[in-house]
Design a protein around this ligand. Structure first.
Ligand code: ADP
Length: 282
């Protein structure tokens, strides 16, 4: 009797084990199928998103281009009106013409900025070693009239690194940062700006741009990098609200990032992080 009981016990254990093994194999198969279908869905969604993105970029690009033609007409006719009929109009009439021309030229800048932003998203980037010093020198040359007009003092550290990037994109980044630093100061304050770099982990360098401007409330320090984000009226500080969005997109596309430390009334320190290009023998 004990013998049969023993056999029955062994048999039922074996049956149970094989049932467990079968269930396990079944679950494994199910898991692997689930995994495959999940991967496929992620793949499909990524492709869809990429396509939508490309369409949006192309749309922004063509709209920006198409906006140019009526803008040119507005500018042209406003100036023809002023030239040919300006004397027949009173002061108010001439002011209106001036405002039409101003609005058209503001929109022209906006279209330029939008195009630059959209192009940044579409073009394939080939990164090359670029001397930041020469990029910044070029930007300073461009901004010299504005610097003189505002009486700004700009101090650039001597040991700016060599980074991996594209010259034109880096120029966009630093011209936006430096012109903002000159622009967003309290009335009557002489802008004082400092630019320097520091090494970071992972082969990156961080370039700081410090100003003595109006500063930014903590609640807004992330939001200002969004397209069209502006904290002030166009009358007090003109602009399109695209400059910092360009800085963010550019620095991210170059494999880095950006940010700001600031306090209202105490100036701001913007930073851009970029991959460093090592010098030979370094
Ligand atoms: P824009 O300069 O055309 O207004 P940006 O995208 O360059 O647009 O900047 C977005 C907003 O961030 C600005 O309108 C301003 O409110 C704030 N900002 C940018 N730079 C500074 C700065 N250096 N100091 C204080 N505020 C700034």
């Amino acid at each position: 009797m004990r013998f049969f009981e023993l056999i029955a016990g062994v048999l039922s254990a074996a049956i149970e084990r094989s049932a467990v093994e079968r269930a396990l194999r079944h679950s494994e198969r199910e898991l692997s199928e689930l995994n495959e279908s999940l991967e496929l869905r992620v793949h499909q969604r990524t492709a869809e998103l990429e396509e939508t993105n490309a369409e949006l970029e192309a749309f922004a690009y063509s709209v920006s281009h198409d906006l140019r033609t009526p803008l040119r007409a507005m500018e042209g006719f406003a100036s023809a009106l002023a030239e040919d009929y300006g004397e027949q109009l009173d002061d108010n009439g001439r002011l209106y013409i001036h405002q039409i021309a101003e609005a058209a030229s503001r929109m022209d800048v906006l279209v330029d900025d939008l195009l630059a932003y959209s192009r940044l998203g579409r073009t394939e980037l080939r990164l090359q070693p670029v001397e930041l010093q020469s990029v910044v020198d070029q930007v300073l040359l461009q901004l010299e009239p504005e610097r003189q007009e505002r009486g700004a003092r700009i101090e650039i550290a001597e040991n700016l690194p060599r980074v991996l990037g594209q010259r034109a994109i880096l120029q966009l980044v630093f011209s936006n940062l430096l012109s903002n630093a000159m622009k967003f100061v309290a009335h009557g304050v002489q802008p004082e700006i400092r630019l320097w770099s520091e090494s970071r982990p992972d082969g990156k360098v961080r370039i700081w741009c410090e100003d003595n401007g109006i500063g930014i409330d903590r609640a807004h320090t992330d939001g200002i990098f969004d397209v069209f984000a502006r904290l002030h009226g166009i009358e007090s500080y003109p602009g399109t609200g695209i400059g910092l969005a360009i800085v963010r997109r550019a620095s991210e596309r170059l494999g880095g990032g950006c940010g700001v430390e600031s306090q209202p009334g105490l100036g701001s320190r913007f930073w851009v992080e970029l991959p460093e290009a090592r010098r030979v023998g370094k």
